[in-house]
Write a protein that binds this ligand. Structure first.
Ligand SMILES: [Zn+2]
Length: 73
């Protein structure tokens, strides 16, 4: 573990920048149906903001996985 005292201003800025494209869970849930439908019909479809949220949010990632399973039958 890195102690908070080891964080340089640059590291802090990098951390803050990483959270910028994050959607809230509400925004994620509002878009997740459409996102999964498009992913199922087009494997190349990307939504960076949504995927960033899914990568950091187990609840929404589980929702997306369940939806995808449903759509794929
Ligand atoms: Zn979420």
């Amino acid at each position: 573990m890195t102690a908070a005292a080891d964080l340089t201003p640059e590291a802090v800025r990098a951390l803050l920048a990483d959270t910028e494209p994050y959607l809230s869970c509400d925004e994620c849930f509002a878009r997740i149906d459409e996102y999964v439908e498009r992913r199922v019909s087009d494997r190349g479809f990307r939504d960076d903001r949504l995927e960033t949220h899914l990568a950091g949010c187990g609840v929404c990632a589980e929702e997306a996985a369940a939806l995808e399973e449903l759509l794929r039958g």
